[in-house]
Write a protein of this length. Structure first.
Length: 460
């Protein structure tokens, strides 16, 4: 029986149904249903015989879903109702007892929370693989000089190891964000009912323990209407994707003939349909292109939740596709980034030559003047004049004469030997002694810290 006289319009059925995408929640729904059946029997709400029949039926349903032989029906609105329908077909009328003391409202959000916990753990694992790959490549290229950039202009030299490790620490923070999302999805909604709780003496703590939740959601209204754990997951995914986009952008630049710093592996490159000489960094380009897609999912779910009155509203059906697609996209791009970094070959001579541009030592010359007693702003102006003289005359800084140095700074002319010592390339790198800097001693410390981070993660 139904309170409605007329059947739903076919277009409304298509609008209302979520089975096309939420069917991927079946492992969570089956696991949740098993735990719920056991809890109902434990509390004497259903008999032990009914529990056993439900569990046997759920086993059969799981086999069909796993083997992709599950008979979906045209009027299955979502995976939850599809499983309950099929369970009743297999187990008989006892299948209808499974919905005792729960609502689709708490059922749906519990499945999604379980899914977010699982995908957060998977993201952390894939991030760890990329971090380990970056660390290994940094160790292989410990003392390879390259130019560091600001505004995509050569700025100061760094070691390639130092540059690669910058992404290691970005990813370490990403991993922490996913750990937070995993933790925030650890509050059990099941047992909240439609919005006000249920009329049975259930044991939600038992459910939490069996399903791996750390605690029971304390407020039934918040339990069925809250989706901030999904926002936390999408925020972590959006930030991580943005980091990957920056890595992709640099790989595109570095692998171009204009830079020539590296060659990407064939397995992560593409050819041209008409230009046989081309080797295109398509995978790296996709790291850039996929990031705004994930960011858009975060913005989209914020839009769904914005101004939404409590408690459950059908708007919340739009919480799943953003999470599903963001997870799929992120894990694929993490795999691509790991493959490209693992297989990239770097050109030491090209990197070294680019880092040998003496203009990159301009800040070091200014710092020399500071050590000789000048205020930094005055030193900055003096060196800017030296650079202008060198550029206008087409010479490197080391070829400026003592007279030219004196025209800009008597102090610098009086310390010409120190000036030319600063222009020795190795000093530009090894002078960066501050913690976190690019000198070999500091990079070696950083590598040790990074190794400790990965070792701790492996132990945990």
């Amino acid at each position: 029986m139904s309170r409605f006289h007329d059947p739903p319009d076919p277009d409304f059925q298509r609008l209302n149904a979520s089975i096309a995408f939420d069917r991927r929640l079946w492992p969570q729904d089956v696991a949740q249903s098993r735990a719920h059946a056991r809890m109902l029997a434990e509390r004497g709400i259903i008999s032990g015989e009914d529990r056993d029949a439900l569990l046997a039926g759920l086993d059969a349903v799981e086999r069909e879903l796993r083997e992709e032989s599950f008979p979906f029906a045209d009027d299955d609105e979502d995976i939850h109702m599809a499983i309950e329908r099929r369970l009743t077909e297999i187990a008989g009328s006892v299948g209808g007892r499974l919905h005792t003391a729960r609502s689709r409202n708490d059922q749906v959000v519990t499945d999604l929370a379980m899914y977010v916990r699982s995908r957060s753990a998977q993201a952390r694992e894939r991030i760890s693989r990329l971090m380990a790959t970056l660390l290994a490549r940094a160790e292989e290229h410990l003392d390879w000089p390259m130019p560091g950039y600001t505004h995509l202009q050569r700025a100061q030299p760094v070691y390639l190891s130092h540059h690669l490790l910058a992404y290691f620490w970005m990813l370490a923070r990403d991993r922490t964000r996913f750990a937070f999302a995993q933790d925030q999805a650890g509050w059990l909604p099941l047992g909240a009912g439609a919005l006000a709780g249920v009329n049975f003496d259930t044991d939600r703590s038992l459910l939490a323990r069996e399903l791996g939740f750390s605690a029971v959601a304390p407020n039934s209204i918040d339990a069925v209407s809250g989706r901030d754990f999904a926002l936390d997951y999408l925020n972590a995914a959006a930030t991580c994707s943005t980091h990957l986009s920056r890595l992709g952008a640099e790989l595109v630049l570095w692998s171009s003939a204009e830079f020539g710093f590296c060659e990407l592996p064939d397995a992560w490159s593409s050819g041209s349909s008409i230009m046989p000489q081309k080797k295109n960094p398509d995978a790296a380009e996709m790291l850039r292109a996929k990031a705004p897609r994930v960011v858009a999912h975060l913005a989209g779910l914020h839009g769904v939740l914005h101004g939404l009155p409590l408690t459950y509203n059908k708007d919340l059906q739009e919480d799943k596709e953003p999470v599903f697609d963001a997870g799929d996209t992120l894990e694929l791009t993490l795999a691509a980034a790991t493959g490209m970094i693992a297989g990239a070959t770097f050109d030491r001579e090209r990197l070294r030559d680019a880092a040998a541009d003496e203009l990159l030592a301009a800040t070091d010359i200014a710092d020399l003047l500071v050590r000789l007693g000048l205020p930094f702003r005055e030193a900055h102006g003096i060196v800017a004049g030296l650079v202008r003289t060198a550029v206008d005359s087409g010479r490197p800084l080391s070829e400026l004469t003592p007279q030219e140095l004196a025209e800009h700074s008597e102090t610098l002319a009086d310390h010409g030997a120190e000036y030319r010592e600063v222009l020795a390339q190795s000093s530009w790198l090894e002078s960066k002694l501050s913690e976190g800097g690019t000198s070999l001693a500091r990079v070696s410390e950083q590598i040790a810290k990074a190794r400790a981070v990965l070792d701790e993660d492996a132990r945990s």
